[in-house]
Design a protein around this ligand. Structure first.
Ligand SMILES: Nc1nc2c(ncn2[C@@H]2O[C@H](COP(=O)(O)OP(=O)(O)OP(=O)(O)O)[C@@H](O)[C@H]2O)c(=O)[nH]1
Ligand SMILES: [Mg+2]
Length: 307
């Protein structure tokens, strides 16, 4: 018998770079489906994470940070944001409250594109006012909450800490009340729509972000070229290529006597094994491909641009 009270819908997680969107998605799922780094513009495309319980199914869409852009990769990143917004039943903007307490003048700069896009939107909206763990005196966010209320008078303001998972059960309850009635769209044990190969490539990209400085992580794309399961040894053998835009970046990734790439490989393998719940062997190559981020064919191959 189908449950006529069951709710199912899509929730778009949107906001400026580094606001904690991906952290929030992982925290809501209790599992890592999307990568997180301390640096802006980590997420490059729409990542779907699915949370199913007895009463509802929430299909979350993590998106790249919304910012000023240049170049083709940035344009496709922004397209992923607007596409996700178009698909959403509930809109969940996320912002870094601590940043705007310290720098109130950045709020308009960061939020204007989203504020304009959502001005006439009638869909339910919940604003995740994130990173409240970074200040003890909660009254410091009152001016921010007032400004957000002026921006979106109908939205619910929801202070939380994605990092500490503080406030999340109440957020889930609130989202549920806003979802349309309907049957589940995905099997209850499905947590993402991303293929394992893509998730493994993302994990490698995360480690590159964590180990490389300045612009280098932004010049990197990762592709899993082969994926074989050795049933006898209960081992997944993964070959991945790290594409870089310049020969100098290749040298930096490899590091002195191969030390950097070795470390990246070890850390990535550990996370991939967690993802697969089994043993993995990971081999990494670095290849130079100049201006890959402007190459439409390459971006499509990498899944960074719709066909
Ligand atoms: N203190 C604190 N840090 C947080 C919180 N949420 C996220 N962070 C940190 O903020 C940084 C960025 O987090 P992400 O989840 O990658 O941010 P994002 O919005 O997905 O960023 P992009 O994908 O680059 O747009 C990471 O260092 C997180 O650990 C929080 O609630 N409190
Ligand atoms: Mg992200």
């Amino acid at each position: 018998m189908s449950d006529t009270n069951f709710r199912c819908g899509r929730v778009a997680i949107l906001g400026p770079p580094n606001a904690g969107k991906s952290t929030l998605l992982n925290a809501l799922l209790g599992q890592k489906v999307t990568i997180v780094t301390p640096r802006p513009q980590t997420t490059r495309n729409q990542i779907v994470g699915i949370r199913t319980d007895a009463q509802s199914q929430m299909v979350f869409m993590d998106t790249p940070g919304l910012t000023q852009v240049r170049g083709r990769l940035s344009k496709t990143m922004i397209q992923a944001v607007w596409q996700s917004l178009g698909q959403a039943d509930v809109i969940l903007p996320v912002l870094d409250a601590h940043l705007y307490i310290l720098h109130p003048e950045f709020l308009e700069r960061d939020m204007t594109p989203l504020a304009n896009a959502l001005a006439e939107d009638a869909r339910p909206m919940i604003v995740a006012v994130n990173k409240v763990d970074l200040f003890a005196d909660k009254s410091r966010m009152l001016p921010l909450l007032t400004r957000l209320h002026d921006m979106w008078p109908k939205a619910e303001m929801f202070p939380l800490s994605a990092l500490l998972k503080d406030g999340l059960p109440a957020l889930v309850e609130l989202i549920r009340t806003q979802l349309p009635l309907g049957a589940a769209a995905f099997p209850e044990d499905q947590i993402s729509t991303a293929p394992l190969r893509f998730m493994a490539a993302e994990i490698i990209r995360e480690k590159l972000f964590l180990h490389l400085r300045q612009e280098v992580p932004y010049s990197v794309a990762v592709n899993v070229e082969s994926w074989e399961v050795d049933e006898k040894r209960a081992l997944t053998i993964i070959h991945a290529v790290i594409y870089v835009a310049r020969p100098m970046h290749k040298a930096m990734i490899i590091g002195r006597a191969g030390a950097t790439i070795k470390q990246i490989g070890m850390e990535a393998r550990k996370d991939i094994q967690e993802l697969l719940e089994g043993k993995a062997h990971l081999e990494l190559w670095v290849k130079v491909r100049e201006r890959w981020f402007d190459d439409v064919g390459f971006l499509r191959e990498m899944g960074l641009m719709p066909e």
